[in-house]
Design a protein around this ligand. Structure first.
Ligand code: ADP
Ligand code: MG
Length: 345
């Protein structure tokens, strides 16, 4: 089921939570809504679900206007950060719940429900735990039960609001891969809310980046990482340094020093250069261009990060350096910029 979100505005008594958000989600796609706390992710998910009525705009399911439809009519499945499993019910009864409460005419036969629940528990790798109670499960297992419960009613759309948010980092990473695998097998159109950029970029087909109630960009991990549409996106999806620069006659000037990079003439004027730690490399001792002093060093998974205070303008920059390169705090170094993004002021 494809979803179209068209011009959604949502006000809570004068506070704008969404300021005109439009996006299309394709059938079978897994889209992550990514943004800082308060950017409107949960509100957008609740509007898609039908739990919140937008002040303006429409939500379409499969081309049909769903704005007036209830949660049940939309047939959405939910999982929230704070798993709301029924504590007094077994795992089996939790998963069966949505089917058991159906009206008699729509309720599957007992045997069919039993088969469906056991199939789902197999899918979420919890076979054999059907008689346990939520208190006898780990956090990760509870979230898997919550997902099985959401899938039981054969939803047209699956909505997940920071489902792994309360779990520790290792379990989160495992569940991420597991969720991607389940998605690939079941093919549900899925919207996944997270504030964790690694989670979004690793899990989703496309990432929608929200900031202050607006959609900044929607694209694949490569698109948002390599072609950020705005300074916000550039800074949000990775470590980024910002250098205020001036552009004159096609040259980029940092504190009066011309940098060895090219920019389009149209970008003339003031602006800011955005660099990632891997966009800059150390020269072989040549300090005649961009240069500075190492102010701190720390180890990363793949190398080391040097924090460098530049001579020009006194700006601080993080640079990824190979471990074999001898380097100490206080060393003077020359830098070469491989790649940078210029955004107008
Ligand atoms: P996120 O999920 O990205 O953290 P939310 O969608 O929860 O963001 O919130 C977006 C904005 O709307 C925030 O400023 C929040 O304070 C406000 N907001 C959310 N829900 C309500 C509500 N029920 N009443 C009033 N303001 C709300
Ligand atoms: Mg939220």
């Amino acid at each position: 089921m494809d979803i179209r979100v068209a011009g959604i505005v949502k006000d809570y008594d004068g506070t704008a939570a969404l300021r005109g958000v439009s996006l299309d989600i394709r059938t079978g796609e897994l889209v992550a809504l990514l943004g800082p706390s308060g950017s409107g992710k949960t509100t957008l998910l609740r509007v898609i679900a039908g739990l919140e009525i937008p002040s303006e705009g429409h939500v379409l399911f499969g081309g049909e206007d769903a704005t007036g439809l209830s949660v049940q009519q939309r047939r959405v499945g939910f999982v929230f950060q704070h798993y709301a499993l029924f504590r007094h019910m077994s795992v089996f009864d939790n998963v069966a719940y949505g089917l058991n409460v159906r009206r008699r005419a729509e309720r599957p036969a007992r045997d069919a429900i039993r088969r469906r629940v056991l199939d789902l528990l197999d899918l979420v790798q919890l076979s054999g735990l059907e008689n346990r109670y939520p208190a006898q499960l780990s956090g990760g297992q509870r979230q898997r039960v919550a997902l099985a419960r959401a899938l039981a009613v054969e939803p047209r759309v699956l909505l997940l609001d920071e489902p792994f948010g309360a779990l520790d980092a290792k379990v989160r990473r495992e569940l991420r891969r597991w969720l991607r695998d389940i998605h690939d097998r079941t093919g549900h159109t899925t919207v996944f809310v997270t504030h964790d950029q690694d989670e979004a970029l690793e899990l989703a087909d496309r990432v929608a980046i929200l900031n202050d109630g607006r959609l900044e960009q929607i694209g694949t991990a490569d698109e948002v990482y390599d072609h950020p549409a705005s300074p916000f996106v550039m800074s949000f999806v990775g470590d980024t340094a910002r250098l205020p620069v001036e552009v004159r006659e096609g040259r980029v000037l940092l504190g009066g020093t011309a940098l060895d990079i090219e920019v389009a003439a149209a970008d003339a004027g003031g602006g800011a250069l955005y660099l990632r730690p891997t966009d800059v490399v150390l020269t072989n001792g040549d300090c005649s261009g961009l240069a500075g002093r190492v102010t701190s060093l720390r180890r990363t998974a793949n190398g080391r990060r040097a924090e460098v205070r530049l001579d020009a303008g006194g700006n601080v920059l993080e640079v990824e350096v190979p471990t074999q390169r001898p380097l100490q705090v206080g060393d003077r170094i020359g830098l070469h910029i491989l790649k940078a993004r210029l955004f107008p002021a």
